[in-house]
Ligand binder design. Structure first.
Ligand SMILES: *[C@@H]1O[C@H](CO)[C@@H](O)[C@H](O)[C@H]1NC(C)=O
Ligand SMILES: *[C@@H]1O[C@H](CO)[C@@H](O)[C@H](O)[C@H]1NC(C)=O
Ligand SMILES: *[C@@H]1O[C@H](CO)[C@@H](O)[C@H](O)[C@H]1NC(C)=O
Ligand SMILES: *[C@@H]1O[C@H](CO)[C@@H](O)[C@H](O)[C@H]1NC(C)=O
Length: 511
């Protein structure tokens, strides 16, 4: 009882602190402070050898190990080469530099050891360095946001120093930054001009949405910049994650605004399950979607057999209609660690759906269907159920709502399944009765449409299959009636070639 009360009390304090910073600030006329990223007394470096002056470095660089991923046991100190060997830094492999974001508690968050472990699981011989800038990250948000410049300089100095000491190939240095840490990585990349890859995990929005490239993560900061956007709700100035694309590949899982499984109820259950320990993770509630970017990346490191794929699309709306499942000309890409390092046109966005837990992968299908009817019929928001039967599995009664159903028109919609069905063979479609009893149903003249063909395109396999009635020309669909059954008629021959090309690309070009 007592614990429960403390639990919610703490929750509201944290919520209050978080929301006050992100939501109310712009209303109170302190917008200028909110937007101004320049910090008094820190002019940009002008001397040529500023990068070799280590006297003002505040950030700490700890080489974590696979055995003890959750604690800083050994710091590598710029200017002190002996610390490199003391920490057993491996000069013959790649180096990951993990950079945290703003912190309410002033402590490392629980995702840090998880990401460290996942990096070691994937690349056992690698060096995983965790940057500690907790003291500067534990300030009033605008202050911490302004500190990203100084921290970026610290990271730039560290990386160039260790690169130079050991003559490390720049291709083996990968910076990963979460939230404000993504902008730190961007500034470090901008100052060194050499970084090969930066991964931005839901880069922070407030202060940065309208800032220039020098102050934010941008495609100029590394040879390749990949970004996951997972919490971009609200107006640009209030969005926790930056809304605009800032990399070569910008992926917006589930539209980028809000992640499945992150509603209040789910998160509270998760916190409650952890008991007292959960108290420390209370701020998960507000950060669930934000932090999902990290867990999606971890997923890509450890669940290599369940690689999520994202698809380029002009809008979230078009994606949700299933219109963007093409992989031609690099229109799709792998999410996370295994991304194909293609520098797509700036400003393009990729989308995908995910499950609410790891492994996050789902399979995407576009269903295209033309409804015939003799008499004029027009419906909106019609509940339907679809069942898919394939060579590897089946998924029955997937519910969805058809926004519009009109006579003699074609509709396209997106379906996802969390299991791999293989090649689809049979499809069943049912038109449910909605809650409101319509007059036509009342009088017995039931609503009825006919379907000749149903086309399904699979994003993951790139196949296009046409389905039709088993007997006769049409499948009849009656509202509140039985399943309409469709069988595979043929596969689009063009798609067979694309399927092969896709296979070659996704399975033949792993990094
Ligand atoms: C931002 O802050 C710097 C340093 O305090 C100041 O010189 C500059 O005028 C400010 N810019 C704006 C737009 O307020
Ligand atoms: C190094 O930086 C500190 C602090 O910015 C400065 O006081 C000092 O003069 C610099 N040293 C050199 C050799 O430039
Ligand atoms: C957001 O902030 C920028 C920079 O201060 C301003 O130009 C813009 O109008 C603001 N947008 C909204 C929607 O408030
Ligand atoms: C739909 O098209 C069919 C033929 O393709 C036609 O017979 C029917 O009258 C059309 N229905 C409506 C409502 O226009």
């Amino acid at each position: 009882m007592g614990i429960k009360n403390i639990f919610f009390f703490t929750l509201w304090i944290i919520l209050g602190k978080f929301c006050a910073t992100f939501a109310s600030e712009p209303d109170t006329g302190t917008d200028a402070e909110f937007v101004n990223t320049s910090l008094p007394g820190t002019p940009l470096p002008t001397t040529a050898d500023w990068i070799n002056n280590f006297t003002d470095i505040v950030s700490k660089f700890s080489l974590r190990t696979a055995e003890i991923p959750d604690d800083d046991m050994c710091y590598i100190v710029p200017g002190r080469p002996e610390t490199i060997s003391e920490c057993h830094f491996n000069p013959d492999t790649q180096t990951f530099v993990v950079i945290h974001g703003w912190t309410v508690t002033g402590m490392f968050e629980s995702w840090v050891p998880k990401l460290v472990s996942a990096l070691y699981e994937r690349e056992p011989s690698a060096n995983v360095i965790v940057v500690d800038w907790l003291t500067r990250a534990n300030q009033h948000y605008p202050m911490s946001a302004a500190f990203t410049k100084l921290v970026g300089r610290d990271v730039a100095k560290f990386v160039s120093w260790i690169q130079n000491e050991l003559n490390l190939p720049w291709e083996r240095i990968h910076l990963l930054g979460y939230s404000l840490g993504a902008h730190v990585a961007g500034i470090a990349g901008d100052l060194t001009h050499k970084i090969s890859r930066i991964t931005g995990l839901d880069p922070a929005g407030p202060t940065f949405e309208h800032a220039d490239n020098q102050n934010t993560l941008s495609p100029d900061d590394a040879k390749f910049v990949d970004v996951l956007h997972t919490n971009t709700r609200g107006s640009p100035n209030r969005s926790i994650g930056i809304q605009r694309p800032v990399g070569h590949v910008d992926i917006y899982p589930n539209g980028g605004t809000f992640q499945p499984g992150c509603d209040i109820q789910n998160t509270l259950l998760g916190i409650a399950a952890e008991g007292i320990k959960g108290l420390h993770n209370m701020d998960q509630l507000v950060k669930c979607s934000h932090e999902r970017s990290i867990h999606l990346f971890i997923d890509s490191l450890i669940n290599t057999e369940q690689q999520s794929v994202a698809y380029r699309c002009n809008s979230k709306e078009a994606f949700n209609k299933g219109l963007c499942l093409s992989c031609r000309k690099n229109r799709c890409n792998k999410l996370g660690y295994n991304v194909n390092q293609v520098r797509t046109t700036r400003g393009t966005k990729l989308y995908l759906k995910t499950r609410e837990m790891m492994p996050y992968k789902v399979f995407h299908y576009q269903v295209k269907v033309h409804f015939f009817s003799e008499t004029q019929q027009s419906f909106t928001e019609q509940p339907m159920k679809i069942s898919l039967y394939g060579t590897h599995g089946e998924k029955e009664d997937i519910p969805f709502v058809l926004p519009e159903l009109n006579s003699n028109t074609t509709v396209s919609f997106l379906l996802t399944t969390d299991v791999d069905l293989g090649d689809l063979m049979i499809v069943k479609l049912r038109w449910e009765k909605d809650a409101i009893i319509s007059w036509s149903d009342w009088w017995g003249s039931s609503s009825r449409v006919h379907i000749r063909k149903l086309r399904i395109k699979s994003g993951e396999s790139q196949s296009k299959v046409i389905f039709g009635a088993k007997d006769g020309e049409y499948v009849h669909l009656v509202r509140g009636g039985e399943d309409g059954v469709f069988v595979k008629l043929k596969e689009d021959p063009m798609s067979r070639k694309e399927k092969l090309m896709h296979k070659l690309k996704t399975q033949g070009s792993l990094f």
